[in-house]
Ligand binder design. Structure first.
Ligand SMILES: Nc1ncnc2c1ncn2[C@@H]1O[C@H](COP(=O)(O)OP(=O)(O)OP(=O)(O)O)[C@@H](O)[C@H]1O
Ligand SMILES: [Mg+2]
Length: 400
């Protein structure tokens, strides 16, 4: 990328928030290739699973960019903020319209859409591209659910129909698709299955982060049984990431290698948490002219501090046993239900501890690793915050 070589005015090479692109995008070759294949495959159905903040959306965005550069018609609908089924029809329609306009697909998309769906919508000019974008009538959101459900079906069927007519494949990502669960009983993954299983001209890529939900869908009596191929997005390998970070920290001074190792050691496995620490370290190192381990430790403490209000807000909403379970996990106890742990952390008995831990897992404050015992913090900064307080309140030595 241009404009990033002189000292002083350098851009931070690490990014958080939004989507990592170009020089700021690390690794993921295998994932990007597989997602691209899914987008190109007529009738393809790929399910991308990964824990929160691992980098699913970034890998998907990379694959979409590459496919688009090849002239493909590919779209991503973000379902994370849906509050009605009409919203789903709207976002899918809008994004596919954009994709068709950007791709080499066909010209009068809107006229074709009009012919194929019965739902009411208006047309707005897209501010940056001038492309006319359909917007499903707001009144649709308060229509009976049956009607909204039909609208969703119509939109998906129209997309498949148009792709067939023009002899192209439309690649469509449904990001955070698990949010359709909010409409359960009215619309579930079974409805989605029935809509998309017949489509032979769309390459569907569904992405989500709720492991328990997704595993259930893939089981023998689940909606997506034998329908989807699965791709897991896990942590970026340390032996890739450490040198990758070192290279980007190096222009700022000594100690880039040890800093990179420290970042990976402190920030846990999620890509976002690691990049956030790297980004903050970079700012500090730029000031200090040294990017060693000390800069990382300072940056980490600074980030814990930055989020402290938010952590306190979460903390006060927890029950006493839940707080005590978090304390115990933050101190890296061997087992939650051992007599020693129960006694040290004022947990009444083992069922109390386990039940509290389960609630914390449901709320995504803790998680469990498949095939492994014990619980882990979802957020390494929150873990450090809890550990600090536990050390103060209970007079314990923090674990290294
Ligand atoms: N391959 C990558 N290279 C560099 N940074 C990345 C990469 N993947 C993710 N990130 C960073 O992590 C952040 C979170 O990534 P992303 O939004 O892609 O994750 P996600 O798995 O979709 O998360 P969520 O579960 O919140 O939707 C991004 O904003 C970016 O800063
Ligand atoms: Mg995402």
């Amino acid at each position: 990328m241009g404009g990033e070589c002189g000292m002083g005015e350098q851009q931070n090479p690490f990014r958080t928030g939004g989507i990592a692109r170009g020089h700021r995008f690390a690794d993921r070759e295998r994932e990007v290739a597989r997602i691209g294949q899914g987008l190109r495959e007529a009738g393809g159905k790929l399910l991308v699973y990964g824990p929160r903040r691992m980098g699913k959306t970034s890998a998907i965005a990379r694959a979409l960019d590459l496919e688009q550069a090849r002239g493909g018609t590919v779209a991503r609908a973000d379902l994370s903020t849906l509050s009605s089924l009409a919203d789903m029809a709207d976002v899918v329609l809008r994004e596919v319209t954009r994709a068709v306009a950007a791709g080499k697909g066909f010209d009068d998309f809107l006229a074709e859409i009009l012919k194929r769906v019965n739902i009411g919508f208006s047309v707005k000019q897209d501010a940056s591209t001038g492309v006319p974008i359909p917007q499903v009538d707001v009144s649709m959101r308060s229509k009976p659910l049956e009607e909204q459900k039909l609208a969703v079906g119509e939109v998906f069927d129209a997309i498949d129909g148009m792709a067939a007519e023009h002899g192209i494949v439309i690649g469509l990502v449904l990001d955070e698709f698990q949010e359709i669960h909010r409409f359960e009983e009215n619309f579930s993954e079974w409805n989605l299955r029935h809509i998309i299983e017949q489509h032979e001209n769309v390459g569907y890529v569904l992405a989500g982060s709720k492991r328990s939900l997704i595993d259930r869908m893939l089981e023998a009596d689940g909606a997506f049984y034998r329908m989807f191929d699965k791709l897991t997005v896990g942590p970026i390998a340390e032996d890739y990431l450490v040198p990758w970070m070192e290279e980007r920290l190096a222009p700022l001074g000594d100690g880039a290698g040890e800093a990179s190792e420290r970042i990976v050691a402190l920030a846990g496995e999620r890509t976002h948490d690691r990049m956030r620490l790297a980004r903050h370290t970079w700012f500090r190192a730029q000031q200090a002219g040294r990017s060693g381990r000390g800069a990382v430790d300072h940056a980490f403490a600074g980030l814990v501090e930055e989020d402290a209000d938010e952590f306190l807000r979460q903390w006060v909403h927890l029950t006493v046993p839940q707080q005590n379970v978090l304390r115990a996990v933050s101190m890296k106890v061997k087992g939650l239900s051992t007599a020693d742990t129960l006694q040290r952390f004022a947990l009444k008995n083992s069922p109390t501890a386990v039940q509290a831990a389960q609630v914390l897992v449901e709320r995504e404050l803790l998680f469990q690793r498949p095939g492994e015992k014990g619980y882990f913090f979802d957020n390494p900064y929150f873990e450090a915050w809890v550990r600090e307080r536990t050390a103060i309140d209970l007079g314990m030595e923090p674990p290294e």
